[in-house]
Design a protein around this ligand. Structure first.
Ligand SMILES: Nc1ncnc2c1ncn2[C@@H]1O[C@H](COP(=O)(O)OP(=O)(O)OP(=O)(O)O)[C@@H](O)[C@H]1O
Ligand SMILES: [Mg+2]
Ligand SMILES: [Zn+2]
Length: 321
């Protein structure tokens, strides 16, 4: 996602995904079509498998900028052996645009996932191709100037500032059904956390398919970003933040016990630290579910001393940080 480098498994957050190419059948207007080289990601640790991103041939054609008119595109598709046109006449061909959701709704389910994977893959590739400055993006008819570089990345999404609203951020799901589901559920459980007095970022707009959302921008920095700047373990700042995080994570795990459906990952990427004067507060930046996590033998000191540094190292290796 980040310039073609490695990805951590979104399910177990342990394995590194490996990619294979596999054929897949989809239905186009009642006809089965075999796509030859659909990319599939696999985690050797937990067995997670997911279609991800493009069927190289088909979607390079669909999104190629040289096909300015739909008729050119259809001709190109036919030449490549695809016989049903499934793009709408009014579909925008401009570079970084999410397709209309009415169009997506009409696609058969297998094609829909493939379409959504490719749409997100296309957008994320477009954004990754630029390292600074702004990139225009269109979301359902609204225009945004997305600012580069990204402000954050996790297993499921990439997050950017944008020019139109300095108090909000745009989060794009990675191109796989699992990550879109993560964003959809993130949307669903945000209110739950607010009701239970856990400060979270409010979601201002969201895609019904989970491909993107606009969230309130949280003040502060993620624990992953500031952990190494806290100073040695005995020092006051380190102690203060550690104590605050211990209380916060304790409250979260207690909540997960009572409401297992709300279980999220307490990764250092998901916890924000806000220092105001001498005060330190924790916020939850990502409410997306992590059903595979088991907190039954969670030990805070182990988490603080071992798990967090390991996770940060991992995030750096794959380019999330
Ligand atoms: N609302 C926000 N305000 C400020 N920064 C944010 C916000 N949302 C995300 N970020 C930044 O982006 C990073 C990744 O965001 P987030 O945790 O939501 O992604 P994710 O891929 O869903 O994570 P995970 O892999 O834990 O599921 C965060 O650690 C943070 O640095
Ligand atoms: Mg996260
Ligand atoms: Zn895994």
């Amino acid at each position: 996602m980040n310039g073609g480098s490695k990805e951590i498994c979104p399910r177990c957050e342990e394995g590194i995904l490996t990619s294979i190419e596999t054929p897949q059948d989809i239905s186009l207007e009642g006809t089965r079509i075999r796509l030859g080289r659909v990319q599939m990601d696999e985690c050797r640790v937990c067995g997670f498998r997911s279609l991800s991103g493009r069927e190289v041939g088909l979607f390079e054609i669909l999104f190629a900028p040289q096909y300015a008119r739909i008729s050119d595109l259809v001709a190109a598709l036919k030449a490549a052996g695809y016989y049903s046109a499934f793009l709408r006449e009014d579909q925008s061909e401009s570079a970084l645009t999410f397709g209309s959701r009415e169009y997506v709704a009409r696609l058969a389910e297998d094609l829909r996932d493939l379409y959504l994977d490719n749409e997100s893959g296309h957008i994320i590739r477009g954004l990754s191709a630029v390292s600074s400055g702004k990139v225009p993006i269109e979301l359902q008819g609204k225009h945004y100037q997305v600012k580069l570089p990204k402000i954050g990345e996790g297993e499921n999404g990439i997050v950017y500032d944008f020019e139109e609203d300095v108090y909000s951020v745009l989060k794009f799901a990675k191109p796989r059904p699992y990550s879109r589901e993560h964003l959809r559920e993130e949307y669903e459980v945000t209110d739950f956390f607010l009701k239970h007095a856990i400060p979270v970022a409010k979601i201002l707009e969201s895609d019904p398919y989970g491909s993107y959302m606009i969230k309130e921008k949280l003040a502060g920095e993620s624990l992953a970003k500031i952990y190494d700047d806290l100073g040695p373990p005995g020092t006051p700042l380190h102690q203060q933040v550690k104590k605050e995080v211990a209380t916060f994570v304790g409250r979260l795990i207690e909540l997960f016990d009572r409401y297992p459906k709300t279980k999220t990952s307490v990764s250092p990427n998901n916890i924000f630290i806000l220092m105001t004067g001498n005060e330190c507060r924790c916020l939850l930046v990502d409410t997306g579910p992590a059903p595979l996590h088991d907190y039954s033998d969670f030990v805070f000191d182990h988490y603080w001393e071992k798990v967090i540094p390991q996770k940060i190292k991992r995030y750096r290796e794959v380019g999330y940080l």
